[in-house]
Design a protein around this ligand. Structure first.
Ligand SMILES: [Zn+2]
Length: 259
C-alpha cells in the first residue's frame, strides 16, 4: 500500500489557530482511505516519515518548513514525491510591525519550496472561482461559486500550471483587518486576476497548492466579521465549512490525491 503523510494543525503546538483542524483532519483521512497514512500536527518529525512516503498532504495554520526541511521536501519532490498543500500552508510566521499593533507575514524558504506566499485575506465572502482545463480539474465545472477566505497569494514560481483563479481588483478588507503587507503582489498584470490554485512541477514530482479550504467551529472561530454575502448581519457563522461542503472542492481534492 502506498504511504502518505498528513500534517494538520495550528500554532502554537496543539492550537487550532482559527480552524476546525479536527474536521479537516477527518475529511482528509476519509479522502486518504486508499493510502496507508501517518499523521502529525506540525513538521517537527517530518524527516522520520517523509522518506517512506509518496504523498505529503498539509493543512496547517502556523507551522512551516524550516530552511533545512524546505530543502528536504524539494529534494523529495525532485525524486518523485507529491505534495498536496492546502489553505494556510502558504502562511507561516507573522512579525509585529514596530510601533504598530499590526503584523506582517514573513517570507521563508518554506514559501520557495511551496511556490506561494500568503499576504492576507479579506473577511469570509462568496466569490467565483474560475477553473482551468487540466487532468487535475476533471469533473469540476469551468467556474463555481464558493464561500471561503479569498487568499491573496504571491506566486513565487512563474512556471506553475495555474488551475484556479478569481477576479478581484482591490482587497476589500476594512482598514486594519488581518495582516498588513507592503504591496499587493497577488494580483495579475490585468489588475484583477488572482491565483487560488496551481501545480508546480519539481523534477519528477510536484506540489499542488489550493488556497481554498477555510473551516471553523464555534469553539475555533476567530473571524471578527464576515461579508454580507456569507451572513446578512456580518457576524461570523458559528460553524463554517465553506468549500468543504461543496462537491467542487471535494472533487479537486480527490483528483489531487490521485494524480
Ligand atoms: Zn482559514
Amino acid at each position: 500500500m502506498a504511504r502518505a503523510h498528513l500534517v494538520c494543525g495550528g500554532y502554537p503546538a496543539g492550537a487550532t489557530a482559527g480552524h476546525d483542524m479536527d474536521y479537516a483532519r477527518r475529511r482528509l483521512l476519509e479522502l486518504l482511505e486508499p493510502w496507508q497514512t501517518t499523521v502529525s500536527n506540525d513538521f517537527t518529525d517530518l524527516a522520520k516519515y517523509l522518506p517512506q512516503c509518496e504523498l505529503l498532504v498539509t493543512y496547517v495554520a502556523g507551522p512551516f518548513l524550516t530552511p533545512e526541511q524546505a530543502d528536504e521536501v524539494e529534494h523529495w519532490m525532485e525524486t518523485g514525491g507529491r505534495w498536496v498543500a492546502l489553505h494556510g500552508t502558504s502562511g507561516g510566521k507573522a512579525a509585529r510591525i514596530p510601533d504598530s499593533k499590526r503584523r506582517k507575514m514573513v517570507r521563508q524558504e518554506h514559501h520557495r519550496a511551496l511556490g506561494a506566499f500568503f499576504l492576507n485575506h479579506p473577511p469570509l465572502a462568496q466569490f467565483t472561482v474560475d477553473v482551468a482545463s487540466s487532468s487535475l480539474t476533471e469533473g469540476v465545472p469551468a467556474s463555481f461559486d464558493v464561500q471561503d477566505e479569498m487568499y491573496l497569494i504571491e506566486v513565487q514560481d512563474p512556471s506553475v500550471e495555474v488551475l484556479l483563479t478569481t477576479k478581484m481588483s482591490k482587497d476589500p478588507s476594512p482598514e486594519g483587518f488581518g495582516f498588513a503587507y507592503d504591496k499587493d503582489t497577488s494580483v495579475g498584470p490585468d489588475g484583477e486576476t488572482r491565483v487560488l490554485g496551481y501545480r508546480r512541477p519539481v523534477g519528477k514530482g510536484s506540489v499542488i497548492y489550493y488556497a481554498l479550504g477555510h473551516c471553523h467551529s464555534q469553539a475555533t472561530n476567530m473571524q471578527p466579521i464576515v461579508d454580507p454575502s456569507v451572513s446578512d448581519d456580518g457576524r461570523s457563522p458559528p460553524q463554517f465549512r465553506g468549500p468543504w461542503a461543496s462537491e467542487e472542492y471535494t472533487q479537486l481534492l480527490r483528483n489531487a490525491l490521485a494524480a
